[in-house]
Design a protein around this ligand. Structure first.
Ligand code: PLP
Length: 450
């Protein structure tokens, strides 16, 4: 144990040397990093798809595991020298299985997009049909969008929401019966209501389709039982480890009760197909330092601190939605059941203008398309707000109301001049910016930054 602590100490010296070297010998890059540290410190992030990594994640991702090439799986490597790497990956797998109560876990995918493509390529042939949530309604690019691999190498059909912004399960059923997809994908990137995985499975079973659930956005809520789990409802579940789990940029593939079932129409099980899909099929060696950072993140996600943070995410989302409604804004879906609040803007205000004006005032949000959208995805009529970072700031109800009040005052002060151009009085802007920075000081990211 003593040696272990000492070597960790040596690593921290190494990291400090690295940072010092960067400052002295690569001023160009160092100054950008410096500026980014400052920006994150002073900016209120209301981005639904990100959070700050834990110090543990940062430390493991920067560890000497970065030196190792390790194609293959623990105990079945194509490279020697993997004794500790095998222990790290085994630990990451065991923790993922426990955290999500799964039977199979693959921890090597470099991102959730990669994980989705690995699953599709493992289970589908080019030209097979995918039924996924359409991008315009909150689905993800990798679920069949025409501008991606998924919408080009497969025949993609998209389902949407009702005008109220709730998944149209009747339409999913109709489209599934009409198109007989090989796979149905559920899970979204801009959706604020519970995804009914069991209902999707019923539909999949009725048409003989495989069900893939992508829980990138809600992984933390699922892990802490604040959202139904897809693990046994879907044949396969994917997610990224950096949106709610405060882990490194990476992907995770899981399977539950179907892990050792035969893949329909194939001479293999889900477990074997999924393993081969990563290596040698789609990816080379894993980033072992990132696998370690995932192991650290899964451990953190089983802690009371993480559970409390996910509690705050929900509290804050409810508070933000209610505050916008009090100000007269329409919340898509009527309310939120996760970390996301989708706002329908007023007629003359576009998502592009709102996003840009708020950024000038040190508040980061994403423009977003809304049900019945009439504008392009570069303009949009809505905003997507997420409370992950606010939860990490230990936000309370009062803080949520102050932030929404500030956002609404900024939007009220903006004069749109078309779809993207606008005017905002520079004096007001400075005033708003200092208000936002003051809120960052009242609710600091103390557990995650410096
Ligand atoms: C963000 C997201 C992804 C992509 O994640 P990356 O790790 O950035 O590739 C995939 N699916 C959904 C639903 C997402 O929200």
């Amino acid at each position: 144990m003593a040696t272990y602590t000492k070597l960790i100490g040596n690593q921290s010296e190494l990291l400090q040397r690295g940072l010092k070297d960067l400052e002295e010998k690569d001023h160009e890059l160092a100054s950008i990093l410096d500026e980014e540290v400052r920006r994150q410190h002073r900016t209120l992030s209301l981005v639904a798809s990100s959070c700050s990594v834990t110090p543990r994640t940062l430390a493991t991702a920067s560890s000497v595991l970065a030196n190792i090439t390790a194609e293959g799986l623990p105990g079945k490597r194509y490279h020697a020298g993997c004794v500790n790497v095998d222990l790290v990956e085994t630990l990451a797998i065991q923790r993922a299985l426990k955290l999500f109560n799964a039977q199979y876990a693959g921890v090597q995918s470099h991102s959730a997009s990669n994980a989705n493509y690995q699953v599709l390529s493992a289970l589908l042939k080019p030209g097979d049909t995918i039924l996924g949530m359409a991008l315009d309604y909150g689905g993800h690019l990798t679920h069949g969008s025409a501008v991606t691999f998924s919408g080009t190498y497969y025949r993609a059909v998209g389902y949407g929401t009702t005008p109220e912004g709730i998944i149209d399960y009747d339409q999913v059923y109709e489209l599934a019966r009409m198109h007989r997809p090989r796979i149905i994908i559920c899970g979204a990137t801009a959706y604020s209501r519970v995804v009914e995985f069991a209902r999707f499975r019923e539909i999949a079973d009725e048409v003989g389709a495989i069900l893939l659930a992508d829980i990138s956005h809600i992984a933390g809520l699922v892990a802490t039982n604040r959202h139904p789990s897809p693990i046994n409802a879907a044949h396969v579940t994917t997610m990224c480890t950096h949106k709610q789990l405060a882990g490194p940029r990476g992907g995770l593939i899981l399977s539950g009760r179907d892990a050792d079932q035969q893949v329909p129409g194939m001479d293999t099980t889900f477990r074997r197909a999924l393993q081969q899909a990563i290596f040698p099929w789609m990816q080379g060696a894993p980033a072992v330092n990132i696998v370690a950072a995932k192991a650290a993140a899964f451990n953190y996600a089983m802690s009371p601190e993480f559970d409390a943070s996910m509690g705050r995410i929900r509290m804050a989302a409810d508070a933000v939605a209610a505050a916008f409604q009090e100000k007269g804004y329409d919340v898509v879906g009527g309310r939120t059941e996760n970390h996301t609040v989708l706002i329908r803007l007023t007629d003359s205000m576009t998502g592009a203008i709102a996003e840009a004006a708020l950024e000038q005032c040190s508040i980061i949000v994403n423009k977003n398309r809304i049900p019945g959208e009439t504008r392009s995805s570069f303009v949009t009529s809505g905003l997507r707000i997420g409370t992950g970072s606010l939860a990490q700031r230990h936000i309370d109800q009062q803080g949520c109301h102050q932030i929404v009040d500030l956002v609404c005052r900024i939007l009220d002060s903006v004069h749109p001049l078309g779809d993207k151009e606008f005017e905002l009085d520079p004096v007001l802007q400075e005033h708003f910016r200092s208000e936002a920075e003051k809120l960052c000081g009242i609710y600091p990211l103390a557990d995650y930054t410096w």
